[in-house]
Design a protein around this ligand. Structure first.
Ligand SMILES: Nc1ncnc2c1ncn2[C@@H]1O[C@H](COP(=O)(O)OP(=O)(O)O)[C@@H](O)[C@H]1O
Ligand SMILES: [Mg+2]
Length: 184
């Protein structure tokens, strides 16, 4: 995968597949250091599962998608002098409060880093495919920041209108296009 946005999609889909209701995605890309953080309240992982996460052949999925998973994110991070850390609390061990946090760092000026790709399109794709998930997206750059909260959008729209409806998606696309234009 030669665009970072594809890694973002792949990693956030892990949280979706874990049954998370709330997923916070942040990209802090300032001063040549990029921190990509995903926090979810999904099913989490046991310590044993967590240990196997750096094994490229470990999956609980039944079908292989196009994504390459956490090991490849780790490889990209380490290639640029960064790293990936994952912490998790399994629902089987803590039914009240569980979930996963992944933090990946990259030196975004490093020769081995890759183009960012279409980050805003990735946010839209995630919302469109998973309208019931409450995503928050924060993208901080040297030029300013872009923020989007699905929970806030839902409270403005009311219950009847899903975020996946064409009008809402068009509004989100426009909002993000404008917000990114401002920090360019
Ligand atoms: N956020 C998460 N919450 C719960 N389990 C996760 C999460 N991320 C990864 N996992 C577990 O780790 C496994 C490996 O993830 P990954 O490396 O992305 O490969 P894949 O998604 O193709 O299985 C997943 O199948 C899943 O069991
Ligand atoms: Mg995956």
């Amino acid at each position: 995968m030669e665009e970072f946005s594809l890694y973002v999609l792949d990693i956030v889909m892990n949280s979706v597949r874990a049954g998370a209701e709330n997923i916070d995605v942040s990209l802090d890309d300032r001063g040549g250091l990029l921190t990509f953080k995903v926090t979810d309240d999904g099913c989490g992982m046991t310590e044993e599962q967590l240990e196997r996460l750096s094994d490229p052949f470990f999956t609980t999925r039944k079908t292989r998608g196009v994504g390459l998973g956490v090991p490849f994110l780790k490889m990209l991070a380490e290639q640029t002098g960064g790293d990936v850390k994952v912490s998790s609390v399994a629902a089987s061990e803590s039914p009240e409060s569980h979930g996963t946090t992944l933090v990946a760092t990259f030196h975004s000026n490093h020769i081995d880093f890759i183009p960012m790709g279409d980050i805003k399109g990735t946010f839209v794709t995630l919302i469109q495919g998973n309208p019931d998930v409450n995503f928050t997206f924060v993208h901080e750059t040297d030029g300013g920041e872009v923020r989007l909260s699905c929970a806030e959008l839902k409270s403005v729209l009311g219950d009847g209108i899903p975020l996946s409806s064409p009008e809402v998606l068009a509004w989100i696309r426009g909002y993000l296009a404008e917000a990114y234009e401002e920090i360019k």
